[in-house]
Design a protein around this ligand. Structure first.
Ligand code: GLU
Length: 455
């Protein structure tokens, strides 16, 4: 399944831009659809701003400032040579240095990196922090690789990428397949090649070497904070609610943790091999042990939980009933069928912890049914916002406490929620967070680009 967001007809002013994007990026369906969502929603905004049209802002915003594609050769533990393809798409630097994660996964393509980079531009703008947007990665599968293989891959990847980075130029972080271990190897190689201890060049670093408190928790916690705000607007909360979280990586685990702290019962989570149903509520400490310490599959969690939990191999976690759905795994994981069934079974809210995990058709159903829908660009912006806090700490050679950093994250998520909510009202679409997020993010980037001249 491809990334699918509403392939509706576009207003003539933006339809032409979309044709150009398709012509310039043939076959890149994930990227086309990410662009389509933004173009469709901002069309009425552009009509109100003739200066955007005159300055060809849409054309410029859809074209990355720079795209880097490179070879990554490395040797495995048996001495066998492998060749992967590395990417960094430096999409937009109107608001600050390019900022966005690196993803290592076998399905990484130019289309995936561009779609994620494009989303990142507007997400980062929504945080209100001085960060532009970019994304990168490689079609490298870290599953089953030893620490030594991972290190050699990261070193080879950074040997090329380092020349494009800098704390004021481009600041990567982690994403799927890239966590603290990988960032350590990447930072070590950057430091070695440049002979600079430039902490602010990467975020998501370990606490012992320039990282920030709360960065590992930030995306998951932030998603829950965003949903909490949506629920508050409806005079309700997480307390006593049944929640399903997909995935069991960094985002999912911390979403589970925060939802439970707020009184929810998280009854299921998943990985690519299937899902775990745990009616008493997931034991998050055990889950962390299995996923982060042992780096094992989720079935190991069910085995350790004994009769309380069931592992459903190949099963889909969205078959489990819930009132709040937090898709935190990957793009296009929750489709129309799942959405329809969840709505029938009493779903009230969705918060996208991953980037575009719900298909266009699913999103349409949620919006029509009046389910509170927090799109990824707003709901999962807590991760990158905390990366910006890490950059601030690095720039001032300071480190903040967990409590202070978490309070900053909470304030940022509340402010993103308020921005989306108010923008949707302003444009006559009350309660439509998808519209609010896209319009508010777009206007911030567009106004900065206009001010900076023809760039
Ligand atoms: N990869 C994360 C995202 O999708 C975090 C990016 C960052 O911290 O720079 O927003």
């Amino acid at each position: 399944m491809l990334t699918a967001r509403e392939p509706l007809s576009l207003a003539p002013a933006v339809a032409e831009v979309f044709e150009t994007v398709k012509r310039r990026n043939p076959g890149e369906l994930e990227f086309h659809r990410a662009v389509h969502e933004v173009l469709e929603i901002v069309a009425p905004v552009v009509e109100r701003h003739p200066e955007y049209v005159e300055a060809k802002l849409l054309e410029r915003i859809c074209e990355p400032e720079r795209q880097i594609i490179f070879r990554v050769p490395w040797t495995d533990d048996r001495g066998q040579v492998h060749v992967n393809r590395g990417y960094r798409v430096e999409f937009n630097s109107a608001l600050g240095p390019y900022k966005g994660g690196l993803r290592f996964a076998p399905n990484v393509t130019a289309s995936i990196v561009k779609f994620l980079g494009f989303e990142q531009v507007f997400k980062n703008a929504l945080t209100g922090m001085p960060i532009g947007g970019g994304k990168g990665g490689a079609d490298f599968d870290p599953k089953g690789r030893s620490d030594g293989e991972i290190m050699r891959f990261c070193q080879s990847f950074m040997t090329e990428l380092h020349r494009h980075l800098g704390e004021h130029t481009d600041v990567p972080a982690g994403d799927a397949g890239v966590g603290e271990r990988e960032l350590g190897f990447l930072f070590g190689q950057y430091k070695r090649i440049t002979n600079r201890y430039e902490s602010g060049v990467l975020t998501g670093k370990g606490i012992a070497w320039g990282g920030s408190q709360v960065r590992p928790e930030a995306t998951g916690y932030g998603t829950v904070y965003f949903v909490e705000e949506m629920l508050r607007m409806r005079d309700t909360s997480f307390d006593g609610r049944t929640v399903v979280v997909s995935g069991s990586g960094n985002v999912a685990v911390h979403a589970i943790e925060k939802a439970q702290q707020l009184g929810a019962r998280v009854v299921a989570c998943s990985d690519s091999s299937g899902f775990v149903h745990d009616a008493d509520g997931i034991d998050v400490e055990l889950l962390k042990e299995v996923k982060f310490v042992e780096r094992a599959r989720i079935s190991a969690y069910a085995e350790r939980r004994g009769s309380r939990a069931t592992f459903v191999p190949e099963g889909c976690v969205w078959d489990v009933d819930c009132e709040i759905a937090l898709p935190c795994a990957t793009q296009n994981e929750l489709d129309e069928e799942h959405a329809r069934r969840l709505i029938e079974r009493g779903l009230i809210a969705v918060g996208e912890g991953a980037n575009m995990p719900c298909t266009a058709e699913a999103v349409k159903l949620f919006r029509e049914a009046g389910v509170a829908f927090g799109p990824g660009k707003a709901a999962n912006a807590g991760g990158v916002a905390t990366s910006a806090l890490e950059m601030q700490q690095n720039a001032s050679r300071d480190s903040w406490t967990f409590e202070y950093t978490e309070r900053r994250l909470l304030e940022i998520m509340r402010s993103i929620h308020a921005t989306c909510y108010e923008t949707a009202e302003e444009y006559g679409m009350p309660g439509d967070y998808l519209a609010g997020a896209n319009i508010a993010g777009f206007v911030r980037v567009a106004d900065a680009m206009l001010a900076l001249g023809l760039i």
